[in-house]
Design a protein around this ligand. Structure first.
Ligand code: DX5
Ligand code: ZN
Length: 222
C-alpha cells in the first residue's frame, strides 16, 4: 500500500494545530514527526510535549522519526505521547535488538533507519522484527535538501530481500521527496513517502499529496 507521510518539520510551528487540520483535510495518511537532539544530528527540532499536544488534534498514525542518541531511553515517553510507529537509527543504538524489543513491548510498530553512509545490509538481521525500514535519502538533520538518487540501489536491494523472505515490511524514504523524485523511489521499491518541504510548501497541499500518491502508485512494481 502506498502511504504519504508529510513531515511536520516543514510546518509552521506557531500554528501547529491548523497545520494538523490542514494535513487531515489534504489527505495525508500519516504524520511524520522528526525528533532531533542536537547530538545524533546537528539540529534540534521538537520532542515529547509537542507530540502530545498534536495528538489531541488528530487520529492519524503518528510516524515518529527519532534522530536521537540511545532512543531506548525515551520509548515509553514517546508511546505515552501518542506515537504509533517509532523509527530509530541503527547508528544511534548501542543495542538495536533491545531497542526494537522495547518499541514492540510498549505497543508501537518498530522501524529501523539507516543514514546514507550506512549499508542497507545492517538492517537485514532485524527484518523479521520490524514493520518498516527507513532508507534516508538525505543526511538527516534538515528539511529542504536534495534527493540522493544514489540511495536507490539500497532500496532495491532491501525490497528484493523482503520479497525473497516473504515478509511484509514497508520501505520508507525520507528526504527530498517531491513530484520530481517520488516515482524513482517507488520504482526502486519504496512504498512509504515522507515529504516535508514539498507538501507544506505547496500552494495546493491536497493536490500535491494526490499527485505524489498517483505518481508513486503508477511507478511501484507489481
Ligand atoms: C530530515 C528529516 C526529514 C525532513 C524531510 O532529517 O528526517 O523528515 O523533514 O524534509 P524534505 O521533504 O523537505 O526533504
Ligand atoms: Zn524524517
Amino acid at each position: 500500500m502506498i502511504i504519504i507521510s508529510p513531515s511536520f518539520l516543514s510546518a509552521d510551528f506557531g500554528r501547529l494545530y491548523e497545520e494538523a487540520e490542514s494535513m487531515e483535510q489534504s489527505g495525508a495518511d500519516w504524520f511524520h514527526l522528526d525528533v532531533m537532539d542536537g547530538k545524533f544530528v546537528p539540529n534540534i527540532s521538537f520532542g515529547i510535549p509537542v507530540i502530545k499536544a498534536l495528538r489531541k488534534h488528530s487520529d492519524k498514525k503518528f510516524d515518529v522519526h527519532l534522530m536521537i542518541d540511545e532512543p531506548i531511553r525515551y520509548i515509553d515517553e514517546f508511546r505515552a505521547a501518542g506515537a504509533d510507529i517509532i523509527t530509530v537509527h541503527t547508528e544511534a543504538c548501542s543495542d538495536v535488538g533491545k531497542t526494537i524489543d522495547k518499541i514492540k513491548g510498549c505497543g508501537c510498530i518498530p522501524s529501523l533507519s539507516v543514514k546514507p553512509g550506512t549499508p542497507v545490509e545492517d538492517t537485514f538481521g532485524y527484518l523479521d522484527d520490524v514493520g518498516m525500514v527507513l532508507i534516508m535519502t538525505v543526511e538527516p538533520g534538515f528539511g529542504g535538501q536534495s534527493f540522493m538518487r544514489d540511495m536507490m540501489p539500497k532500496v532495491k536491494k532491501l525490497r528484493e530481500e523482503i520479497n525473497r523472505r516473504g515478509l511484509s515490511v514497508d520501505i520508507q524514504v525520507d528526504g527530498g521527496i517531491s513530484a520530481d523524485t517520488v516515482a524513482e523511489a517507488a520504482e526502486a521499491g519504496a512504498n512509504v513517502f515522507v515529504a516535508g518541504s514539498a507538501v507544506f510548501g505547496a500552494e495546493d497541499r491536497k493536490k500535491c499529496i494526490l499527485d505524489l500518491r498517483r505518481k508513486a502508485e503508477n511507478a511501484f512494481p507489481g
